[in-house]
Structures are given as structure tokens and as C-alpha cells.
Design a protein around this ligand. Sequence first.
Ligand code: HEC
Length: 106
Amino acid sequence: MENPFVSTETETSVLTPEALGKEIFEGKGMCATCHKADVETSGPSIKDISKIYTDKKASISLFLQGEMDPIVDPSQYEIMKANLEITKAMTEAELQALETYMLSIK
Ligand code: HEC
């Protein structure tokens, strides 16, 4: 008989970091309410964030842990700052997945 626990485990590990990142971004992270792929809405577009972080070789994951000052739009940081309460509670793997997903949008 198939063990349901094992099969769930397999599915989770099959998800690429990019796919997991997208799932968190649009799901429990609720990031997509303010960040669209390539248009600026309440927050900068993912494309703009991705470009700046790639150019500056900065770490999105460190920013989301509250260990780095904002480099995209410091004047709007107060709005973003509230979300760090959510991301600070995430695991290293979840943060890396978010970073991989965001940097994949160019
Ligand atoms: C209520 C709207 C809102 C939500 C929700 C939101 N953001 Fe933001 N975010 C902003 C705004 C506004 C900025 C621009 C200010 C800034 O650069 O810090 C920003 C900036 C950023 C930056 C660039 C920071 C920098 O270096 O300046 C990253 C990375 C980011 N958001 C990721 C996320 C992720 C991941 C989530 C979901 C966990 C999220 N945001 C949810 C509004 C939001």
C-alpha cells in the first residue's frame, strides 16, 4: 500500500526553488498584492527590484530578514517594512526560494 506521507514529501522536493518562490510570493507571503511582474503598483515591479539587486549583487534574502537597508526605493521603505514581520518568520529555504523567483523575472 502506498504511504501518503512519502508521496507528499516527494512532491514537495520536486518543486523547484523558483516554483516554490512563486507559490509563496502569490500565496502566504501576499507579496503579489503590491508587486507585479513589470508594472509599478503600490510597490516597485519585480523586474525593477530584480535588476537593481542583480546589478548591485545584493541579497534579497538578507533584506527580507531585516539585515540590510533598502536599496530600491528607501523613501517608501515604511510600507515594505511591515512585511518583514512575515518574511522574518520564514525559513532560509523559503527566503532563498523567494529570492530565486524574484531574480528569475527580468
Ligand atoms: C503593502 C504593499 C507591499 C507588500 C504586501 C509587499 N511589498 Fe515589497 N515593497 C513595497 C514597497 C512600497 C517597496 C519600496 C520600498 C523599498 O524599496 O523598501 C517594496 C520593496 C521591496 C523590495 C526591495 C527592497 C529594497 O531593497 O529597497 C523587495 C525585495 C520586496 N519589496 C519584496 C517583497 C516580498 C518578498 C513581499 C512578500 C513577502 C513583499 N515585498 C510584500 C510594498 C510591498
